[in-house]
Design a protein around this ligand. Structure first.
Ligand code: WQD
Length: 339
């Protein structure tokens, strides 16, 4: 079977392409390289021993996307391609709505006219906002996210529910918590362009001396050590969940299915705990300073991942320390590439 993976050279996308190839799927990647680099394609081939087909274009180019569907018998799609910087989305909301939603709709137009099913959407725990109770399960009421980034995720989910119900199709909405880490081969990992928005790449670049010190955004939260709590899930565990979710859609007999899964490790870790775990795992110091809270941040979010464990026969197995060890190894690989 052939799976279209949009954003397939990106962070989670590239790790998922490897797992798809390992499970004997054929893969067609469309990626505009706006948030990654071309060497990732070669590294995917090195790891998997197989070469996905790659088209370098922006999914808003519907005429180019149409040619891909003409050239390949597409049996499903995993849609990663999206802008994803929370802060940036506040400065450029229209760019975020245009990019994230037009891309999605262009793919669904092709799915609609060609009667294709099996669509997996990269969603996010940000659709829960600050949930009233922890851990967060799939029945936890959604709140309107503050960021335009988060709103595109929530709107994307609604678009897919309507698509599934109106056209009798099977979709799976995967709500990621906080993906971290790099591939055990150190050939794939997070490639933040510019100053990292997310915690773990910033910690890593601080340890590498690229950043002078980590800014910890607030230590006055109502948490045990005052810093905010998140659920950090190892990226390869997350990638494996995508294959399981896809296989469930493919094997589903009924025409219409809307799956929703929280994909997290099911454990909350504070910012300070992440810093300490990174230092311990890699025997290295990470200088930091406490700063004001970051606008829009929530206090705590961690997953109740039992629905995915039961229905997908999947569980995030990798420890925070092990994930943070892979991140440091990836950083050292990047430095050897540059030299
Ligand atoms: C984690 C914690 C920060 C950086 C967002 C999106 C989510 C997903 C991941 C896209 C927070 C603190 C961070 C720093 C810090 N989307 N922090 N200093 O905000 O939980 O989730 O990114 O990939 O959909 O909502 O992730 O890593 O930015 O922050 O103190 O330099 O680390 O305040 O408490 P977040 P994050």
């Amino acid at each position: 079977m052939t799976i279209l993976v949009t954003g397939g050279l990106g962070y989670i996308g590239s790790h998922t392409v490897v797992e798809l190839l390992n499970n004997n799927f054929d893969v067609v990647i469309v990626d505009d390289l706006s948030n990654t680099e071309k060497f990732i394609l070669k590294n995917i081939e090195t790891i998997a021993g197989k070469k996905p087909i790659f088209y370098p274009f922006d999914l808003k180019r519907k005429e180019l996307l149409h040619q891909v569907f003409e050239a390949h018998q597409i049996d499903g799609c995993i849609n990663f391609a999206a802008f994803k910087a929370v802060g940036e989305s506040q400065e450029k909301p229209i760019d975020y709505y245009e990019n994230n939603l037009f891309s999605l709709i262009n793919i669904l137009q092709e799915f609609k006219t060609r009667n294709i099913s099996n669509f997996i959407f990269s969603s996010s725990c940000t659709v829960y906002g600050q949930a009233d109770e922890q851990p967060i399960n799939e029945n936890t009421p959604l709140k309107t996210p503050e960021s335009s980034y988060g709103k595109t995720k929530q709107m994307g989910e609604e678009i897919l529910k309507d698509f599934a119900n109106s056209h009798q199709r099977k979709v799976s909405l995967l709500r990621y918590f906080n993906p971290i880490g790099a591939h055990p081969s150190s050939l794939l990992g997070e490639l933040p362009l510019g100053i990292p928005n997310n915690l773990v790449p910033y910690v890593t670049q601080t340890a590498a001396g690229i950043r002078e010190k980590l800014n910890i955004w607030g230590n006055d939260y109502p948490t045990p050590d005052g810093t905010a709590i998140r659920d950090y899930i190892y990226v390869v565990d997350l990638a494996k969940a995508h294959v399981k979710a896809l296989q469930k859609l493919i094997n589903e007999k009924s025409e219409t299915l809307i799956d929703i899964y929280n994909l997290g490790a099911g454990k909350g870790s504070s910012v300070l705990e992440v810093v300490e775990a990174f230092e311990l795992a890699n025997n290295i110091n990470v200088p930091y300073q406490i700063c004001e809270r970051r606008a829009g941040d929530i206090t705590v979010a961690y997953a109740d991942a039992t629905k995915a464990e039961k229905e997908l026969d999947w569980k995030a197995e990798t420890s925070l320390e092990e994930a943070l060890r892979t991140t440091w190894e990836w950083q050292k690989y990047l430095e050897t590439r540059q030299n």
